[in-house]
Design a protein around this ligand. Structure first.
Ligand code: FAD
Length: 446
């Protein structure tokens, strides 16, 4: 069988390499560090966690916890080592960062089917190959990808606005409508009185922000200013920018509000909404505190907070199938943050799917996508089928799962419990029906 080339020894690349190696497929894993490093990595270890040591919630009633449970069912290397190296963090799963990366490096480097090459890859390799070079893909490789893809569908930075669930909005205040009443509207409007705007504005300009890294400063010059920076330019700046009220009439008062925040439908089902123009560097707890001052968002549930950081990702809705295979070439797969999933575990989970499908490609079997009732299936469906025009990376969250049929209760905890049960059951059934596990000595490895 052909050897598989994997570019990038991060969370996605290592998951894919391990799955294939355990399936007796030979892998060449290319990792450029320490020969060449990124602006955020500090070690020569594979799977280095560049920022927080937390992999987020471990509870299945949380989408990140459910994702972990799904990964464990899929025999994830990252979850295995995370469970081995965990440190106390309440209901979250946090790891000893160094031990975690050291252990994975040891497992990968000592695997008889994996050869690790310390080398920067500068051209897109021929299939069978998996590209998993992450948010800080090297410049030379980015250029090579730019030649493979159309440049305008390949992004080098990421400025995302928060996303909230539709059901958490206060529909007594929120109303549908486009500016000047043109056409059918996909926008929800949240109207302010002058007093409400004053309170919001004063909190926004004083809220705490994340420090911006040197290599990320260019983002602000690309016409993508954080909402809080824009607000600091003057009391009225937002009123002529993202909060402008012109052309909008509040049906409850029959008048134009003092200011309006617009939310745009984020998915086809209309269960998630993006806060238009609200890309931000505010700390997450500050986003929750300040943005909940917006009328109609008093109890908003945030499925993704806004952020601004350097992030290389491709327009997956254009280029990838939900199997993670590149539409332009069979046997070439993408995995990890470069596909537009966001976060450590999301990246690792996509690596498992790329590994599974690479094996199936080599065996000339039909490629798989997981059921959309699972977080992994829903996430990969989201990144490959959302609007390419407004495409932004996505984390695990319950809003991307299909709603429960006939669920009328307002009990959010019960809803999450049922969604989790449905996800795990459908994944178990799927695994049984498709033989997706690596087998060694005819035994399934858990
Ligand atoms: P990575 O883990 O980055 O792995 C990609 C690997 O490819 C790297 O080791 C890199 O050296 C290598 N590489 C790149 N180009 C080449 C090349 N040409 N040839 C060979 N090797 C190459 N997520 C969270 O969940 N929590 C956080 O706190 C968090 N903080 C972040 C902070 C920053 C500054 C950044 C940039 C991202 C952060 N993320 C965070 C996102 C996180 O990096 C990713 O979710 C995750 O590491 C992505 O996994 P990956 O496998 O796609 O990429």
């Amino acid at each position: 069988m052909k050897r598989v080339t994997i570019v990038g020894g991060g969370l996605a690349g290592c998951e894919a390499a391990w799955y294939l190696a355990e399936s007796d497929i030979k892998v060449d894993l290319f990792e450029m560090r320490p020969e060449k490093t990124t602006p955020a990595h500090h070690t020569d270890l594979l799977c280095e966690l560049v920022c927080s040591n937390s992999l987020r919630s471990n509870e299945v009633t949380n989408a990140a916890g459910l994702l972990k449970a799904e990964m464990r069912l899929l025999n994830s290397l990252i979850m295995k080592v995370a469970d081995m190296t965990k440190v106390g963090a309440g209901s979250a799963l946090a790891v000893d960062r160094e031990l975690f990366a050291k252990k994975i490096t040891e497992i990968i480097k000592s695997h008889p089917n994996i050869k690790v090459h310390v080398q920067e890859v500068t051209e897109v390799p021929c299939p069978p190959s998996i590209i998993a070079t992450g948010p800080l893909t090297s410049d030379k490789f980015s250029n090579a990808l730019g030649r493979l893809l159309k440049k305008e569908h390949f992004y080098f930075y990421d400025a995302a606005a928060p996303i909230v669930t539709g059901e958490s909005l206060n529909w007594e205040k929120a109303f549908w409508g486009s500016r000047y009443g043109k056409g059918e509207s996909d926008y929800v409007n949240l109207p302010f009185t002058r007093e409400e705007y004053d309170i919001f504005y004063n909190e926004l300009i004083c809220a705490q922000t994340h420090p911006v890294k040197e290599f990320e400063k260019a983002i602000f010059f690309e016409g993508c200013m954080p909402i809080e920076v824009m607000a600091k330019r003057g009391y009225k700046t937002l009123l002529f920018g993202p909060l402008k009220p012109v052309g909008i009439t509040d049906p409850k008062t029959g008048r134009q509000p003092y200011a309006v925040v617009q939310l745009r439908k984020e998915n086809k089902e209309g269960t998630l909404f993006n806060m238009v123009g609200f890309q931000t560097s505010l700390k997450w707890n500050e986003q929750k505190r300040v943005f909940r001052l917006i009328p109609g968002m008093e109890n908003a549930e945030f499925v993704r907070y806004g952020f601004m950081h350097r992030n290389t990702f491709i327009a997956s809705p254009i280029y990838l199938n939900p199997t993670l295979e590149f539409k332009g070439e069979k046997g070439l797969f993408f995995a990890g943050q470069i596909t537009g999933v966001e976060g450590y575990i999301e990246s690792a989970a996509s690596g498992i799917i790329a590994g599974i499908n690479m094996k199936r490609y080599l065996e000339e079997k039909e490629l798989i996508s997981l059921p959309v009732e699972t977080v992994i299936g829903a996430l990969l469906r989201y990144i490959t089928s959302s609007s390419a025009e407004n495409f932004q990376p996505m984390k695990a969250n319950f809003g991307i799962l299909p709603p429960l049929e006939d669920f009328r209760s307002k009990d959010n905890k019960l809803k999450k419990q049922l969604l989790s049960e449905r996800a795990l059951k459908s994944l178990e059934q799927f695994i049984e029906s498709k033989e997706v596990f690596a087998k060694k000595n005819n035994k399934i490895i858990y």
